[in-house]
Design a protein around this ligand. Structure first.
Ligand SMILES: *Cc1c(COP(=O)(O)O)cnc(C)c1O
Length: 352
């Protein structure tokens, strides 16, 4: 497919204050926009980032056929663009699209579109420690029609945001035992917009109680730990890395996979199996849990310092002793910024 490129007349880059970047508030000069209609992808363009206009009857606003992805591009010391595992995001987007009854996005549009977009907005990738360019691909239904059925038209867009570190402070989480994020047979494994809308109210209640985030439990019994809703959750006990197994109620995080791969290589025992809340609380009560942390693209590793469960707060060990999580963070950063050899084939170079 031919990608038509229309460049901006005036870059907004000189206006950006890189010392005070707020996550998700600053958008690069260009975006990729592809349109689907009549059973095929009709066009693919790169245009200046700008508002779009829509009918109030646009299907996605009413029935929520909308999915997204999140990944990052980094700049090496040599000034090269490095993208972490974009093909895995592409494949996951196909799974999300299928579940939401949306058409598959051609690999060419996703990967070649991303290549052209990154080359064009290369200067927006900050060359600073801890900084990156967050990439947001998404697709939504655009039929101007009120009625519950799959849309016949869709838009696929990629825009990007320069970002600094995501979670600065370690997090205080609450284990949720009433509300549910995802159930067996549901859409939890898809990065579908509605999953996040449904999580906001329970998350707000937890925030009013002084927590930053929730740890979701299984929708049926609330006895097993699932994930954090934008991050997968892992626990370390001695030489073991414990995390919930993938299922249709868990999002298959690419960071999760990367962390478990490193853990296995380093000789840790990786346990992907149902994780009873009671087991974790038991470890916390006897003070034997070495660490708990969230893993996801935005933060890579989010250290957990407090876990709340049934009205009681449990404190975790100090961050300095968290050998595994700190080593993972450093190793992944070294790979992402091209400071060490990429032995896993995780780095994609759009300029190559
Ligand atoms: C995106 C996401 C994650 C983390 O996935 P990564 O690919 O590691 O960024 C975990 N859980 C949910 C629900 C998510 O949406």
């Amino acid at each position: 497919m031919n990608i038509e490129i229309q460049t901006t007349a005036k870059s907004r880059l000189p206006e950006v204050d890189f010392d005070n970047l707020r996550f998700g508030h600053v958008f690069s000069d260009h975006m990729l926009v592809a349109d689907y209609a009549d059973g095929e992808w009709k066009s693919c363009k790169i245009v200046p980032f700008a508002p779009l206009t829509f009918s109030p009857a646009m299907a996605t606003l009413h029935y929520g056929q909308s999915i997204f992805e999140g990944l990052k591009a980094y700049k090496s010391e040599q000034g090269e663009i490095l993208v972490f595992r974009p093909y895995d995001n592409y494949k996951r987007m196909l799974r999300s699209a299928e579940r939401m009854c949306m058409p598959p996005i051609p690999e060419e549009i996703f990967m070649e579109g991303l290549r052209e977009l990154l080359k064009l907005d290369k200067d927006w990738i900050p060359q600073r420690e801890g900084y990156s360019l967050y990439i947001r691909p998404f697709m939504f239904a655009t039929d101007e029609f009120i009625g519950v059925r799959p849309s016949n038209t869709y838009k696929f867009i990629i825009f990007t945001c320069p970002v600094s570190k995501y979670y600065i402070e370690p997090v205080k989480v609450k284990i949720e035992t009433h509300y549910t994020r995802a159930v067996a047979g549901g859409t939890g494994y898809a990065k579908a917009a509605g999953n996040y809308a449904a999580s906001l109210y329970p998350a707000r209640l937890a925030q009013q109680q002084g927590y930053h985030q929730l740890i979701w439990t299984d929708g049926k019994t609330h006895e097993y730990i699932e994930e954090a809703g934008t991050m997968n959750i892992m626990f370390r006990k001695d030489n073991r890395i414990i995390t919930a197994p993938l299922s249709d109620s868990i999002l298959a995080g690419i960071t999760r996979d990367s962390v478990l791969t490193l853990a296995r290589e380093w000789g840790y025992e990786v346990e992907e199996r149902p994780v009873p809340v009671k087991e974790i609380i038991g470890y916390l009560e006897e003070g034997s849990l070495s660490a708990a942390f969230g893993v996801g693209t935005a933060a890579t590793i989010a250290h957990i310092v407090t876990i709340g469960y049934e009205g009681k707060d449990y404190q975790l060990p100090p961050l300095e002793g968290r050998v595994f999580a700190n080593r993972v963070l450093k190793t992944l950063d070294d790979i992402k910024y091209g400071r060490v050899e990429d032995t896993h084939g995780w780095i994609w170079k759009p300029e190559a």
